[in-house]
Design a binder for this molecule. Structure first.
Ligand SMILES: [Zn+2]
Ligand SMILES: [Zn+2]
Length: 265
């Protein structure tokens, strides 16, 4: 299984960056995990968007879903998706319509986002084959198997675990998450944990919703994962500081995600 980082920014993009988006590929199966602002453009550098089998959304925050709107526009309006020849495209009877898996409430949220942007409310669900997944559901996307586990955040959020029916390693993604034990149990023994490390220090007030790099390292250590990659971290924080803090708590080397970075699991 191959994971390509398309976007690793938190809720606002790095310079020339994108919010959350990870391309997961194995033997012809391809899955886009989260689709934040800027991700569709980055996706096009690595994969034909009509070849994406499914998009899986961890939670409904803007920085994880907003590029579903331009992705849906491409699937709807691109010359290559039309039934008749347009420019160099010959016309197709079978336009791409990837599956889209969203948490409960996702259909309504995407209707609101589309309508607020002046599109038809059904803009996204017409372009994609939309499903609201149940927390205990296991998805089969080609040979990829996808599981979910709820983690504490400001709205309903699921960590995502992906493995392949062909064997190989297990990939875990924290999504956005406050410190918790559920993620540690869910990611236990994973070959790679992509974990958020959003905060330079814990939230000053209100409920927790994110992790510091040290907390990310500590979660990785408790989950006994083989490799730990920090993500959802701004280019306005010192990357070396974040890596060192996480590595100290993890007890081994830690990577910080970069757009375009590729990990084989
Ligand atoms: Zn979030
Ligand atoms: Zn986020």
């Amino acid at each position: 299984m191959r994971i390509t980082v398309l976007g690793k920014s938190p809720a606002w993009q790095d310079a020339d960056g994108a919010c959350s988006g990870y391309l997961v590929e194995e033997e012809g199966a391809s899955l886009l995990l989260d689709c934040g602002s800027g991700v569709f453009s980055k996706l096009r550098r690595f994969r034909d968007y009509t070849d994406v089998d499914a998009v899986v959304i961890s939670h409904l925050h803007a920085d994880h879903i907003l590029d579903l709107v331009p992705f849906a526009s491409a699937l709807t309006y691109a010359p290559r998706q039309q039934p008749v020849p347009v420019d160099r495209w010959p016309g197709t009877d079978t336009p791409a319509r990837p599956a889209l898996y969203v948490p409960a409430g996702g259909r309504e949220a995407l209707r609101t986002v589309s309508a607020g942007g002046g599109m038809r409310p059904e803009h996204v669900e017409r372009a994609f084959d939309l499903h609201e997944y149940a927390p205990d559901e296991e998805l089969a996307i080609g040979c990829l198997r996808v599981r979910f586990h709820e983690v504490p955040h400001f709205l309903t959020t699921f960590a995502v675990g992906i493995c392949s029916a062909n064997g190989g390693g297990r990939f875990a993604y924290s999504a956005d998450s406050a410190p918790n034990d559920a993620l540690v149990r869910f990611a236990d023994g994973a070959d790679l944990l992509m974990i958020e490390a959003t905060l330079p220090r814990p939230e000053r007030e209100g409920p927790r919703g994110h992790l510091t790099p040290a907390e990310a390292g500590e979660h990785g250590s408790r989950a006994r994962v083989r490799r730990l990659v920090l993500t959802h971290i701004s280019d306005e924080l010192d990357e070396r500081w974040a890596r060192d803090e996480a590595a100290k708590a993890f007890g081994g080397p830690v990577l910080v995600a970069h757009e375009g970075a590729v990990y084989d699991v």
